[in-house]
Design a protein around this ligand. Structure first.
Ligand SMILES: Nc1ncnc2c1ncn2[C@@H]1O[C@H](COP(=O)(O)OP(=O)(O)OP(=O)(O)O)[C@@H](O)[C@H]1O
Ligand SMILES: Nc1ncnc2c1ncn2[C@@H]1O[C@H](COP(=O)(O)OP(=O)(O)OP(=O)(O)O)[C@@H](O)[C@H]1O
Ligand SMILES: [Mg+2]
Ligand SMILES: [Mg+2]
Lengths: 250, 250
C-alpha cells in the first residue's frame, strides 16, 4: 500500500499541518515507515514534531542534495522528517524563475518509496511554486477542509488547480481524499458545510472526520503528535481512524 | 485620523479577512469613508461582503488602472470595495519578475486618502509579492493573531519581514496593532498565548480582543459583515471595540 501524498489547501488554517503530522505519527506507530516533508516556510510540521534546530532542510533538495542527507529521525520510531526553514519563502520566488524547477521535489523523492511506505508533504497555504512542486511529486492529494464557509468556497479553486497539474506535469495525480476537520456537529454551520461537501464530492470524502478538539491545538506547543500527547483524546481517536481509512483507500 | 492599513499574517486562518471586513464595516457604520482592498486570490473579503460578480479587480491595479475604475460600492453606506479575483494567484509570479513592481499598490492608492479616511488591505497567508506590495502601500500593519501555538510561533518571522520593509521600500511602515482573535478564555492554551503575546509585545497589542464566536463564522455564508448579520452578538461588540480603539490609536 502507501504512496506519496501532498497535504494541500490554499485556504489558511484548515488543519493541513495537524493532519500531516498526526496521520504520519499514527501510521508510524502502526509500524509503517513514514517520511514527512515540511515544505512550508512557517515550518510548523517541524516544530510540531519537536524539532528545534537542524542543519539542512527541504530547501537543500532544491539544490540537488540527496534525500538521505536531509531527512532526520524524530523521537518517534518509524517517523522520519525533512524539516523546513524560513528561507523557503525566498525559494518560492527563485522557483518561479527557474525552468522545470517544479519537479525538484519529484526528483528528490525518486526511489524514496523503496525506503518509506508513506510519504506526506505538508504544503503552505497557497497555490504557488512550493505547492506546485509538491503536487508534481505526489501521487495523491489529501485536502483538509475546515467545516466553515470560506474553506468550502476555496475547494473549487483547488480542484481546478489539481486538474491543471494532471493535464500538465503530473498525469498520475489523483485526489486521495477530502478530510473534514474542526467538525462541531453542535453548530448548524458545521453540519451544513459537512452536508454540502459530502453531497458535492461523495466518495472522495473520508468517512472519518476530525472533531474540534482542544488537545489537537495544545499538542504542537509540546512538540508532540496527538498519539503521544493525549492518546485517549477524541483527536487521537479521529486521526487513528483517518490513518486506518487511508490505508484502506490506497 | 485614519490611514492605510495592511491586515497581514503569513499564518493561515488567524482572522485576517474577518478582521478586515468587520473593522471596515464598523467604521463605515460610524460614518468614516472606508475602502477595503481585497488582495487575496481566495477573494474571501469580496464574498464576505456579498459581492458575487464584478468586472474589474485589484489585479487591474497592477496594469495601472485608476483606482476609481476598480473600486465598487457595497450594500453598506460608506464602505467601498476593490474586489479580488482568483487570477491574482498568477500575478504573484509575474510580480516577482517585474522590477519595482512591489509599489504597484502604493501608486494606485496615491491620493486615495483624500477620498477615504480609512483604507484596509486584506492580505493572503504568505509573505510573497502580493503581501509585500500591501506592506509597501500601507502606513500601518494590523496583525491578527489566533490564540494558538502555531500562530504565536509565526509572529517573530512576520515582525522581521516588517523590519526589512521598513529598512527598504517603506521606511514609514509601523505596526498599527497586534489583535488577539478567537480568544477562548476557558482554555488554558488561549490564556497562555494571550499572556505571552501581551508580555512580549505589550502596548502594541490591542486592549480589545475578539472572542471565538460562531456568529462571526456564520456571517460570511450570508455575505454580510457582523454588524449587519448579528448586531447584538459578542463578535459584533468586539469589532466595534476594535474599531473604536483603532480610531484612538491613529
Ligand atoms: N481538529 C482540531 N481541533 C482544534 N484545533 C485544531 C484542529 N485542527 C487544527 N487545529 C488548530 O487550528 C490551527 C490551524 O491548524 P493548522 O495549523 O494545522 O492548519 P494549516 O492548514 O496547516 O494552517 P496554514 O494554512 O497556516 O498552514 C492550529 O492552531 C491547530 O493547532
Ligand atoms: N472570532 C472568531 N470566532 C469564530 N470564528 C472565526 C473568528 N474569526 C474568524 N473565524 C472563522 O475562522 C476561519 C478563519 O478566519 P479568516 O478566514 O478570517 O482567517 P484568515 O487569516 O483571513 O485566513 P487566510 O489565511 O486563509 O486568509 C473562517 O472560517 C472565519 O469565519
Ligand atoms: Mg500548516
Ligand atoms: Mg483571509
Amino acid at each position: 500500500p502507501g504512496g506519496v501524498f501532498a497535504v494541500s489547501n490554499q485556504k489558511g488554517g484548515v488543519g493541513k499541518t495537524t493532519t500531516a503530522v498526526n496521520v504520519a505519527a499514527c501510521l508510524a506507530e502502526a509500524g509503517e515507515r513514514v517520511l514527512l516533508v515540511d515544505l512550508d516556510p512557517q515550518a510548523n510540521a517541524t516544530s510540531g514534531l519537536g524539532i528545534r534546530s537542524h542543519e539542512s532542510s527541504s530547501l537543500d533538495l532544491l539544490d540537488g542534495a540527496p534525500l538521505d542527507t536531509v531527512a532526520i529521525p524524530t523521537a518517534y520510531p518509524n517517523l522520519t522528517l525533512v524539516p523546513a526553514t524560513g528561507d523557503l519563502a525566498g525559494a518560492a520566488i527563485s522557483l518561479a524563475q527557474l525552468p522545470a524547477s517544479e519537479s525538484f521535489l519529484a526528483e528528490a523523492l525518486r526511489g524514496a518509496s523503496r525506503t518509506y511506505s508513506f510519504i506526506f508533504i505538508d504544503c503552505p497555504p497557497s497555490l504557488g511554486p512550493l505547492t506546485v512542486a509538491a503536487l508534481v511529486a505526489a501521487e495523491k492529494v489529501i485536502v483538509p477542509v475546515q467545516c466553515e464557509y470560506y474553506a468550502l468556497e476555496g475547494l473549487t479553486q483547488l480542484l481546478e488547480t489539481l486538474e491543471q497539474i494532471r493535464r500538465g506535469p503530473n498525469p498520475a495525480l489523483t485526489v486521495g481524499g477530502i478530510l473534514l476537520t474542526m467538525v462541531d456537529r453542535r453548530t448548524r454551520l458545521s453540519a451544513d458545510v459537512e452536508a454540502e461537501v459530502r453531497q458535492a464530492f461523495s466518495s472522495l470524502v473520508f468517512a472519518a472526520v476530525v472533531p474540534r478538539s482542544i488537545r489537537l491545538a495544545e499538542a504542537p506547543s509540546h512538540g508532540t503528535p496527538i498519539n503521544a500527547y493525549a492518546r485517549d483524546s477524541q483527536g487521537a481517536a479521529a486521526y487513528f481512524d483517518v490513518a486506518g481509512e487511508l490505508v484502506g483507500r490506497v
